[in-house]
Ligand binder design. Structure first.
Ligand SMILES: [Zn+2]
Length: 92
C-alpha cells in the first residue's frame, strides 16, 4: 500500500507561461545567454494596463543568424499594492 498523497504534501508549483522574445531578423527564439543587463527603477503603465516598477534591458544574440538584440522586459509588482483580495482566513 503506497500512499501518493499525504495531507502534508507540498503545494503544487504553479506554472507561469510567457511568450519568448524572437529574433527581429529570422524570428528564431534560440538565443545566447543574456549579458550586460541594465535595470532602471521607474514606474509606468503599459498600454495593456499593467503597472511596472522597473525596466530591464538585456543583451543577447540570436543563436541561428547571429543578430544581436536587446530584450526589454518589465518588472511588475501588481500584487503588492493594487489588488486587494479579501482573505477570510480565520485567525485563532
Ligand atoms: Zn536570428
Amino acid at each position: 500500500m503506497t500512499r501518493r498523497r499525504t495531507k502534508k504534501s507540498r503545494p503544487s508549483t504553479p506554472i507561469a507561461t510567457a511568450v519568448p522574445t524572437r529574433c527581429p531578423r529570422c524570428g528564431s527564439t534560440n538565443r545566447d545567454p543574456y549579458h550586460n543587463t541594465r535595470r532602471l527603477d521607474t514606474t509606468g503603465t503599459l498600454p495593456c494596463g499593467s503597472v511596472y516598477s522597473a525596466v530591464i534591458w538585456r543583451r543577447t544574440r540570436c543563436h541561428d543568424c547571429g543578430q544581436t538584440r536587446i530584450d526589454k522586459t518589465w518588472i511588475f509588482r501588481d500584487a503588492d499594492n493594487s489588488t486587494k483580495k479579501t482573505r477570510k482566513k480565520s485567525r485563532k
